[in-house]
Design a protein around this ligand. Structure first.
Ligand SMILES: Cc1ncc(COP(=O)(O)O)c(C=O)c1O
Ligand SMILES: [Zn+2]
Length: 401
């Protein structure tokens, strides 16, 4: 494919950074984590200017990666681009699985086809590119698994010293890949929030930039491109329903932001999909808060699931996730590990795609919503396979015993 390189400037229309809660504004030239009020920061674009110079027809001959949307991404100079070909993954029609479930139009966004085998590459390509642009030389990440491996890969390519903190029982593939990419890997007897706390305590003394999801403004920018791609791949319309396996919620929040930007550009209308969050029964803080009508979620105690990406007891942007689920008319569903395990082999047989447990959770949720009337058989549905099942060989094998 063609290269993303087109000259010195990427012609980004990013204008400023704004707090998701208190609306305080920041300059793009600042290296930022959370707002002083403790909330995530979001990039705002000059969409009016983008409207006049960017036509959706120009996308057709662009690079087959998320950098095809470079005007709507925050990177200022191509010299700082750190890319391994992430994004622009296929939207695969799931005819057999759809027929088995009794639904007419079912699509799989197959994120397993990213460079390190998960959708985390989107956020980390953009975040590491911007970290490089803003002069970061050492960075640290707390990870439930896939983000740690992805971060290590992009940091290696950027020449940034990488420190990865993961739970000790993270799938072995994630541990090995992080080390092979040259990261300093620390295994913790605890969960991702414990890893995050250790980084917060040590980062000032160590000089680490904290790349925790939604605690810096750029991973969500990378993940929003899943929303652009669904719209582009469906011919600039959106499905009736998106089912997304939710840990920190970065992808869900990113897609919702993407749809607003696309509407402002005039590329799509005001219709939105109902957004559905899926979590594991053993760690479902968003589902619980949604069902109780709360605006924020509580820390989930004793989180336990083999879907390591869903073992996130607390999300810093929980209030944003809950707002999106309600505003979109969507819902939140939890499914058991047994249900995920059963779906992995069903999907494998039906579609020839080796799903990760988190992706399989979407199918289990879909099956449930079709039985209890939450979804009509005529609805068009997009589900996510957020990573390759190959990353979970040890935990899948263990779960079968
Ligand atoms: C495979 C997989 N799916 C889903 C998630 C949850 O993603 P998010 O943090 O965007 O909610 C993760 C996060 O670790 C993951 O690794
Ligand atoms: Zn704020």
């Amino acid at each position: 494919m063609t290269s993303v390189r087109t000259g010195n400037s990427l012609a980004s229309f990013a204008r400023e950074i704004v707090c998701a809660r208190c609306q305080r504004r920041f300059e793009l030239s600042e290296l930022l984590n959370l707002c002083a009020c403790g909330s995530p920061l979001m990039v705002r674009y000059d969409i009016d200017r983008a409207k006049n110079t960017l036509a959706k027809s120009t996308l057709s001959d662009r690079v087959a990666s998320l950098w095809r949307y470079r005007e709507l991404l925050p990177l200022q100079s191509e010299a700082n681009l750190v890319s391994l070909g992430e994004g622009y993954t296929p939207l695969l029609e799931a005819k057999k699985l759809g027929a088995e479930l009794g639904i007419g139009r079912l699509w799989i966004k197959d994120e397993a086809q990213n460079p390190t085998g998960s959708f985390k590459d989107r956020g980390l390509s953009v975040a590491i590119s911007r970290a490089k642009e803003l002069g970061v030389t050492k960075a640290a990440i707390p990870s439930a698994g896939n983000a740690g491996g992805s971060f290590a890969a992009y940091a290696a390519r950027a020449g940034i010293e990488a420190h990865v903190f993961m739970p000790r029982d993270t799938p072995i593939a994630n541990q090995i890949e992080a080390a092979q990419y040259g990261a300093r890997l620390t295994l913790i007897d605890g969960l991702i929030n414990d890893c995050g706390r250790i980084i917060a305590e040590r980062k000032t003394a160590e000089g680490w930039f904290d790349v925790s999801t939604l605690k810096e403004p750029y991973r969500v920018e990378g993940k929003k491109t899943m929303g652009y791609e669904i719209a582009e791949q469906l011919g600039w319309r959106l499905p009736d329903l998106i089912i997304y396996p939710t840990g920190g919620g970065t992808g869900l929040i990113g897609m919702w932001k993407a749809f607003a930007e696309l509407e402002e550009l005039g590329w799509i209308g005001s219709a939105r999909p109902r957004m559905v969050s899926v979590q594991a029964a053993g760690c479902a803080p968003i589902v619980k808060a949604f069902e109780q009508g709360k605006r924020a979620a509580e820390l989930w105690q004793n989180a336990n699931t083999f879907a390591s990406g869903l073992r996130v007891p607390q999300a810093v942007a929980d209030f944003v996730i809950l707002q999106i689920l309600r505003e979109s008319g969507g819902t939140a569903v939890s499914v058991s590990d047994e249900a995920m395990l059963a779906e992995i082999s069903r999907i494998g047989k039906a579609e020839g795609i080796f799903f990760c447990p988190e992706g399989a959770a979407c199918v289990a949720a879909l099956r449930r919503l079709l039985t209890n009337g939450g979804i009509k058989r005529t609805d068009e549905v997009v589900i996510f396979n957020t990573a390759s099942g190959l990353k979970y060989l040890d935990v899948i094998q263990k779960s079968h015993h």
